[in-house]
Design a protein. Structure first.
Length: 200
């Protein structure tokens, strides 16, 4: 079974993902893998430089501050960057899924799963939510940025109200103990689900 895990920035989806991993799930973090591929693929690297400029890389590493400043202020640039990166990530995940067929289930984490119209790729989708106020606090502290910048990042993603009807399962991540209980409950469901084969 392949489960898509999503949630807006600051919702705590990475925390939820790690809880599932500790219970035995194979987990794939699309953002982390994308950043690795943006450095390791020479073809992708040259395409990103052509799109965003040579400053996108410093000493052969991603200049995430520079890239973020551009794409979070220009939706067209963000769309173009995603169009370059996402097909390579999809192929990489396909190989990951084949390598982890013996896992009880696989979780693919992506902040913009619905925005990318990937719902049909998964056996089920789990959405992690939290209030916008709480998400803002978390992002400001985690990324050491101003609240206005954090708000801009949140506004680049769909609101929870638009995602909730599309999700099969929802975890409201405001209380740690409640979140842990919900994860354990869903773990049992995923382990016992019939495997229909890989959809990705």
């Amino acid at each position: 079974m392949i489960v898509g895990l999503t949630g807006g920035i600051g919702s705590g989806k990475t925390l939820v993902l790690r809880m599932f991993e500790s219970l035995g799930a194979a987990v794939y973090v699309s953002d982390i893998e994308a950043k690795k591929l943006m450095v390791s693929s020479s073809k992708l690297k040259s395409e990103i430089k052509a799109l965003l400029g040579e400053e996108a890389y410093v000493n052969n590493t991603l200049n995430t501050a520079f890239i973020g400043q551009i794409v979070f202020g220009d939706k067209q640039k963000l769309y173009s960057l995603n169009a370059l990166v996402h097909p390579i990530v999809a192929l990489h995940f396909e190989n990951f899924a084949k390598e982890h067929q013996k896992a009880p289930y696989i979780i693919y984490e992506s902040a913009i799963l619905f925005e990318q119209n990937k719902r049909a790729h998964f056996d089920a989708v789990l959405l992690v939510t939290a209030s916008e106020e709480l998400r803002l606090q978390r992002v400001v502290v985690r990324d050491k940025i101003k609240e206005a910048d954090a708000r801009k990042r949140i506004q680049n993603q769909w609101p929870d109200e638009k995602k909730i009807p599309l999700a099969d399962y929802i975890i409201e991540n405001t209380d740690l103990e409640e979140t842990q209980n919900k994860v354990r409950e869903l773990h049992k469901i995923f382990v016992n689900s019939d495997k229909d084969g890989l959809k990705c």
